[in-house]
Ligand binder design. Structure first.
Ligand code: GLP
Length: 248
């Protein structure tokens, strides 16, 4: 595991965007795995700036998002498709057909997930995967206890995650209880992984993921087994790791 510890959420976002931009420049046909949530918003804004001001070219890039809520349509302002369009795809020159987000309204969600796995394989696999982390150590919507080799499928959110994500919805009851999500096994096949985290609320999950045992109880700890994984953290998210590990 590699670490980039930054002073602020802004610097974390800039570093992550720079790294994505480098990879896109060196491989314009790259397949990206993308994430949603509050954490990557400023990183996407920086990628938009790099596109507008420095000509970062997305015309041959392909993207697959990690997850989507089950039962809400792409037009819903809390769907992850809506988030991606609003924060990135609407503002860069990526052909819309190159962007993939699981369909939360699919008539057959299990088939939707199977087809998504096949599509990723056909595209040659994910070259660079972006991850956030839940305060309980989840990655995508793979909650504690999900299998290390799980594939894209229908998952149930924990009460903790529903509570964390309630801030985006009008009422906590509006947060969907199920989602479609890439599996831990799917994520681990990405050639390179960047995990970003800011805020003190992530510090414990970061500590457990890095210094704790590799366990399905903390899905992000599975990343210890990945051969090319970098955590980009702000000082708040890195606080416990800095204090309790001899690494820094
Ligand atoms: C959601 C997403 C995850 C994301 C996590 C953290 O549960 N499924 O992919 O990493 O939230 O979100 P935030 O960045 O808002 O803290």
């Amino acid at each position: 595991m590699n670490f980039i510890i930054t002073e602020s959420s802004e610097e974390m976002s800039r570093k992550a965007a720079e790294l994505f931009a480098q990879r896109i420049r060196s491989n314009p046909n790259i397949v990206l795995g993308l994430a949603t949530g509050g954490t990557p918003e400023k990183m996407y804004a920086e990628l938009v700036r790099l596109h507008r001001e420095e000509g970062l070219d997305f015309s041959r890039v392909t993207t697959y998002n990690l997850d989507e809520y089950l039962g809400i349509p792409a037009t819903h302002d809390q769907s992850y498709r809506y988030f991606m369009n609003k924060n990135l795809f609407d503002h860069v020159n990526i052909p819309r057909e190159n962007t993939h987000v699981l369909n939360g309204m699919a008539a057959d969600p299990v088939k939707e997930c199977r087809d998504y796995e096949d599509a990723i394989k056909k595209a040659g696999g994910i070259g660079l995967q972006l991850l956030g982390i839940g305060s309980n150590g989840h990655i995508a919507f793979n909650e504690p206890g999900s299998k290390a080799d799980s594939r894209t499928g229908v998952v149930t959110l924990t009460g903790n995650t529903v509570k964390d994500n309630a801030r985006f919805f009008e009422k906590a009851e509006d947060v969907p209880k199920q989602a479609l999500s890439m599996g831990n096994g799917t994520i681990m096949e990405a050639k390179e992984i960047i995990l970003i985290a800011d805020k003190e609320s992530k510090a414990e999950a970061i500590l457990k993921s890095v210094e704790g045992p590799v366990t399905e109880d903390v899905p992000a700890s599975l990343l210890q087994k990945h051969t090319n994984c970098t955590f980009i953290l702000d000082s708040a998210a890195a606080a416990k790791l800095k204090k309790e590990s001899g690494r820094f």
